[in-house]
Design a protein around this ligand. Structure first.
Ligand code: ADP
Length: 421
């Protein structure tokens, strides 16, 4: 293959006489033509002496004649001609070069990137005869590497963006947490202030109602004395005025008693113990018997359970709700149904009546202190009973509510947990 005059291996005649020599030459020729890398021999002056088909197509030539006769390696193939000077110097100094990356110009002017491995061939005097070597086209590999670098850079940009976004979100969250913590602290402080002020108010209500009892008892007994002693002896107006005073004093006594009962719910310790609700109801119905008889009330009660409660307080709840059921009934025969149902970890009691009912908009309001829906003339009362019930039930860790429809009766519910921690 060395220094082939026209370089066209396809037309080359195999001249070796012996079979073996023929075979090995054929084999090398086939190898030379089919190698996937470019193979070359070049003169020190830059003339191409030999090239395989792969090198030709790598550089975009299709004629050996043109490639071998017209191309000057340094001038036509090297994108930087100086590179060849440096390489040939290195080749001659070291005898070979390995895996040197080069940019070569193709026939159409575009560039390819190759890896060169070559060596120097000298004569017996050390004179350089030619250079020979192989060129591997790594243009695609380089392009892919560049693409990869671009992708990596893009990925890094995305990661950076995400990181910045996350950092912003985190700092926003931190600000929100700080704000919420501040709000929670404020709320805690306010709740504590409210608790204190409630305590003070209850203390005040208790003291006021307690201390008012004595002078009120005096007013009440003296106005009653006045009524007994002077009724019919003064004029008609005087009788009426004394009646008003007696009535007012009675109402005030009821109010003060209820207020005291209300403030006692929080002042007194709850005595939680297993309570037989059947017994509690029995006691309440006995207390209310005169009224039940007078109003011809029909009372039905289902079996009631034992619960953890304060029996006196529970009595108060049943008494308030049942006496309301009788009071707020305009039927000739009031009917009351008392029941209890076991629900998830609690008992739900209900007291339903066939009374006047309550409009939905008052379902919450009636449990607040002093909230009444009627005048004294229509239905007497203080507006404290249900507020007391609510306070007691909440002390048992339960809830109280009502379902009702005007004219169709009401159903009061309250829950008591199975176990109180
Ligand atoms: P009081 O009975 O002294 O007025 P409560 O606190 O016991 O006060 O009740 C508040 C209000 O709720 C009552 O004034 C009444 O308007 C309404 N109410 C309570 N129970 C019933 C009931 N069973 N049916 C209709 N209205 C009721």
């Amino acid at each position: 293959m060395k220094n082939k005059a026209n370089g066209d291996f396809k037309n080359r005649k195999l001249t070796t006489g012996k079979n073996n020599a023929d075979n090995s030459e054929r084999m090398f020729l086939s190898l030379f033509e089919n190698l996937p890398v470019g193979v070359f021999q070049t003169s020190p002056e830059g003339k191409i002496l030999t090239a395989n088909p792969t090198l030709l197509s790598m550089l975009g030539f299709d004629s050996y004649d043109e490639f071998l006769n017209n191309v000057d390696v340094g001038r036509d193939l090297y994108v930087c001609p100086d590179e060849r000077r440096i390489l040939t110097y290195k080749l001659e100094q070291e005898g070979k070069i390995q895996n040197v990356e080069l940019k070569l110009r193709k026939k159409d002017g575009t560039h390819i990137v190759v890896l060169e491995n070559s060596n120097v061939v000298r004569d017996e005097n050390g004179k350089v005869l030619y250079y020979q070597g192989i060129l591997t086209d790594i243009t695609d590999r380089r392009r892919m590497e560049e693409e990869l670098v671009k992708h990596r850079e893009h990925l890094e940009e995305l990661v950076n963006e995400r990181t910045c976004h996350l950092a912003r979100v985190i700092s926003q969250l931190q600000a929100e947490i700080t704000e919420r913590t501040r709000a929670e602290e404020k709320l805690k402080k306010l709740t504590e202030e409210l608790r204190q002020s409630n305590e003070e108010l209850e203390q005040f209500a208790y003291v006021a109602s307690h201390d008012l009892q004595e002078p009120l008892r005096m007013i009440s007994s003296y106005t009653q004395l006045l009524m007994r002693r002077y009724k019919g002896k003064l004029d008609q107006d005087a009788d009426e005025f004394i009646n008003f005073a007696v009535d007012g004093a009675k109402r005030m006594q009821a109010l003060i008693n209820d207020l005291l009962a209300y403030s006692r719910v929080s002042r007194r310790e709850m005595n939680l113990e297993p309570v037989d609700c059947e017994m509690v109801l029995k006691k309440v119905l006995t207390m209310l018997e005169p009224c039940i008889k007078e109003r011809k009330v029909k009372i039905i009660n289902d079996t009631l359970p034992r619960v953890m409660a304060d029996s006196l307080k529970l009595e108060q709840v049943f008494q308030n709700i049942i006496s309301n059921a009788i009071k707020f009934c305009d039927k000739e025969f009031p009917e009351i149904h008392i029941s209890a149902k076991h629900s998830e970890r609690e008992w739900i009691f209900s007291v339903s009546d066939n009374g006047i009912g309550i409009s939905r908009q008052y379902f919450e309001r009636i449990f607040l202190i002093f909230q009444r829906l009627h005048t004294q003339a229509e239905y007497p009362g203080t507006g404290i009973g249900l507020a007391i019930c609510k306070k007691i039930i909440e002390k048992f860790a339960g809830r109280i509510w009502v379902e009702s429809e005007v004219g169709k009766g009401s159903k009061f519910f309250f829950s008591i947990p199975e176990k109180v921690d």
